[in-house]
Design a protein around this ligand. Sequence first.
Ligand code: UT7
Length: 347
Amino acid sequence: MTRPTITERSGAAHARIWGVGGYRPERVVTNDEVCQWIDSSDEWIRSRSGIEERRWAREDESVIDMSCAAAEDALTKAGVGADQLGAVIVANVTHPFQTPSAAAAVAHRIGATPAAAFDLSAACAGYCHGIGLANDMVRGGTAEFVLVIGVEKLSDFTDKHDRGTAFIFGDGAGAAVVGPSDFPGIGPTVWGSKGEDWDVIRNKYSWVDLRDHAHVGSLEEQSPRDAMPWSYLTMAGQSVFRWAVYAMAPVCREALDAAGITAGDLDAFIPHQANIRIVDALVKQLKLPEHVPVADDIRHQGNTSSASIPLATDRMLTEGQAPHGGLALQIGFGAGLVYAAQVVVLP
Ligand code: UT7
């Protein structure tokens, strides 16, 4: 049998992040406010997690709304038009529809149609998975520019009365535009999974009073009951903490080695903002020199899962803690369990 040879596409020699943007909801929720619902204290929350306050989205503010705001900020900073995007990836675990994706709506709203659009479920590692994919897409020729968004509305899926999670999660969105480059701007992605611990962070379904979820009004109309099943996140905090502390430092080292640099070459370390004690433990294990600034956005934002790394990056660049054009090591880790890390050149 003779068959014609398939034509392949090839893309840019290299890819880099052109711009990073963010969206932080207006409402600040203090530790004292959280302590109205759980038996805890401002002092305990600060010392055990580093969180001083977090932000929660409005009831009528969706994952799609927050994504569009972060996307527009990132596109403006990158100087790239939405019509130049070949793909929109929305990493999240809190878009309340299994289908359709948040990404298709975001692409439409920002004017990126007919860009490819899909959601990515890798929890707190979602953004770093997205950056790895975008790098491969730009270099492989499947898209010239890719928009990677990390977004969460965790307040919708957090049980306000659960002492193990109520204080930790926050809402927000961060975005990055990845495009062609004449120098290597995104190092090799080191990623993986540990599915044997699949259930240490997961959804738990309970019956909730619809009056606590007035924003699901359309569902209320369809239901004759005043209660409906709702999903909350549960977390075996200590197990996740231990895994993050002992297993993520080697992943960081692998990402540095793969990029051919050392910890001393870094201009920023931007780990997932899960708990400041995890960040501190990683810094110690990596023997990170003191001159390398370390992201601490968790203090004001809480743990925003897939949004945490782009939001922390945006803050470090905006506040001048990290230099434009500098080298940053970023690592995401969370439910799955899954992780992804890479060295990037900051836009
Ligand atoms: O983003 C995805 C990945 N997620 C993470 O990486 C989160 C990782 N886990 C953590 O960050 C931490 O496990 C938490 C911040 C969630 C909890 O901190 P911890 O130091 O692991 O607390 P613990 O569960 O070991 O509890 C220590 C003590 C216990 O009291 P006793 O038994 O020592 O008397 C708890 O009852 O703290 C108590 N405690 C609390 N006290 C005040 C637990 N939760 C609270 C609370 N307020 N909210």
